[in-house]
Design a protein around this ligand. Structure first.
Ligand code: PMP
Length: 354
């Protein structure tokens, strides 16, 4: 035999998802929480670790974690599917409802992993376009859903990277039109005023995905979950690897929910900081988009996105460079951090744009 075998050719031009990790003082590129988790939570996790049976497999169904999540959202444990980050939730959805011969609709620009996991699982990805203002366009949604009849329809709310949350009316309309499963990716929902959780029902083909990575300050732990009809949860359970959630993660997620008040006050602080930054941006030569999330998108008017991104890096501030992404020419996305980080970002941006 000569050379290595070729992997399956299902990624198209994609190289996989990555955000450059540059060594800078102010990191505002991956929409994490700028605040570490509460010290009391760290203490509780450490205490729990000492009591865990590491020689045994974890609870395969993560029942204590599911029950705690069910209680948080006022649903049944059978409606909750936790996994390693909401990315694993999304992947498991594709295993169950996508795959060869099936299709998934996305409305670009949106979270790149929806179409990437689609491609990796050999699902046909149907690409609809958001409007010229980057908002979801119901006419286009209707055209795609009626024309292509996708098995899965993705809505991202608030949408990454544009920041817009969809309204109840839009989700209701999409549910009315979609022939298959509607997935509302709510990784940033706590920063917005409405959640599609309101529309869930046993016979409603709707699921909502959430993450511990943003508001819960636990990106390093990799924990996310889905809430949906018990039959969908059962379909995911049947396809995910056994014992995919380790004992420490199950305990850490459950214990985090004891700190809901802390989390809510952080969310309010980040929303206030977002609005402060957006107000300050109004005086600069940039176009901005309103946001319901912990990040926002902007486009410098007189300089290229690449130049501004590099100028910010040179001043030790890292934002996400979306300049070369389709439909987002010259755009940059900035995560809302602490007020100090916000000041550093604004000062660097003023210098770069002057
Ligand atoms: N959905 C969206 C819209 C996201 O932006 C992200 C993270 N960038 C995820 C899901 C994945 O989050 P997790 O860390 O839970 O895998």
């Amino acid at each position: 035999m000569t050379g290595l075998p070729q992997p399956v050719d299902n990624l198209g031009a994609l190289e996989g998802y990555h955000s450059p990790q540059v060594d800078v003082a102010v990191r505002l590129n991956t929409n994490e929480s700028p605040y570490p988790p509460p010290a009391a939570w760290v203490g509780a996790v450490v205490g729990e670790v000492e009591r865990l049976d590491f020689h045994r497999y974890p609870d395969r169904h993560a029942m204590a974690l599911r029950e705690a999540l069910a209680q948080l959202h006022g649903v049944e444990a059978a409606q909750v599917f936790p996994a390693n980050g909401s990315n694993e939730v999304l992947q498991t959805l594709f295993f169950a409802y996508g795959g060869a011969g099936r299709s998934a609709a996305v409305f670009e620009p949106t979270y790149a992993m929806h179409s990437q996991i689609g491609m990796v699982t050999s699902t046909t990805v149907i690409v609809g376009e958001r409007g010229p203002d980057l908002r979801l366009d119901l006419g286009e949604v209707k055209r795609v859903l009626v024309g292509a009849k996708p098995d899965i329809t993705f809505l991202c709310s608030p949408n990454n990277p544009t920041g817009e949350a969809v309204s109840r009316e839009v989700v209701e309309e999409v549910l009315h039109l979609a022939p298959g499963l509607v997935v509302v990716d709510e990784a940033y929902a706590q920063f917005s005023s409405w959640s599609a959780l309101d529309l869930l029902g046993e016979d409603v083909p709707l699921v909502v995905t959430r993450t511990f990575s943003k508001t819960w300050s636990m990106a390093g732990f990799r924990l996310g979950y889905l809430i949906g009809p018990p039959a969908v949860v059962a379909a995911l359970e049947a396809r995910v690897l056994p014992y995919h959630l380790d004992v420490v993660k199950q305990a850490a997620g459950r214990l985090a929910l004891d700190h809901r008040d802390d989390m809510e006050s952080r969310v309010s602080a980040l929303v206030a900081e977002r609005e402060r930054l957006l107000a300050a941006m109004a005086d600069l030569p940039v176009e901005t988009w309103p946001s319901d999330a912990n990040f926002f998108l902007f486009r410098p008017l007189r300089r290229s996105g690449d130049e501004v991104w590099q100028g910010l890096v040179d001043r030790s501030v890292l934002v996400r460079n979306c300049s070369s992404w389709p439909r987002l020419g010259n755009c940059l996305r900035v995560t809302v951090g602490t007020p100090d980080e916000g000041d550093a970002f604004l000062a660097a941006l003023r210098e770069v744009l002057s």
